[in-house]
Design a protein around this ligand. Sequence first.
Ligand SMILES: [Zn+2]
Ligand SMILES: [Zn+2]
Length: 192
Amino acid sequence: MKMCNPFVLQVQDLPERGEVGRSCVRNVRLPESFGVELYTIPAGSEVHLDLNLTSAQEGILVSGTVRATARGRCSRCLRDFSAQMNENMAELVFFPERVRELTAQGDTQAADFPVISEDTLDLEPLVRDALISAMPFTPVCEPDCRGMCSGCGQLWKDLPADHSHTLPDSRFAALDGLFLQMQAERESEGDQ
Ligand SMILES: [Zn+2]
Ligand SMILES: [Zn+2]
């Protein structure tokens, strides 16, 4: 039911037309996770909203900050880490009659604008956009993470500076040995 969704502001929460604005500060638990492949805010996480709702000509301007803790996986060393997100947002949520006007005037994008529907304002898509657009596609656990050795998978920070693998890799050496052995066996069979 809509009333229960903490992201949805009811008409009494919204500034009236002509009213300068009002603040909206609340913690919201995410009903489902937000995120990209290596960086997400898990379902059930608390998101802190510190927003201002400002009455404008065409709708209500929602501005302020969104804070949440994200879980990431480092793209260099594959370790999991958590990161604090503190993102700014500013989004105009249109009055439905304004969207209808714009559409009538030929604005083909107006239908996709965020809109106040049935006197309620759903913050969820706005908060989701603010967080997801700030998420890195190649997250790193630390800015100077050096990743891991491709030869053994150990973290470079745990390895001595002169760490290296003698080539060929021991696994290939084992295969080579097996191949030579098979070849020798086949040759000896041929001799018989
Ligand atoms: Zn890392
Ligand atoms: Zn190594």
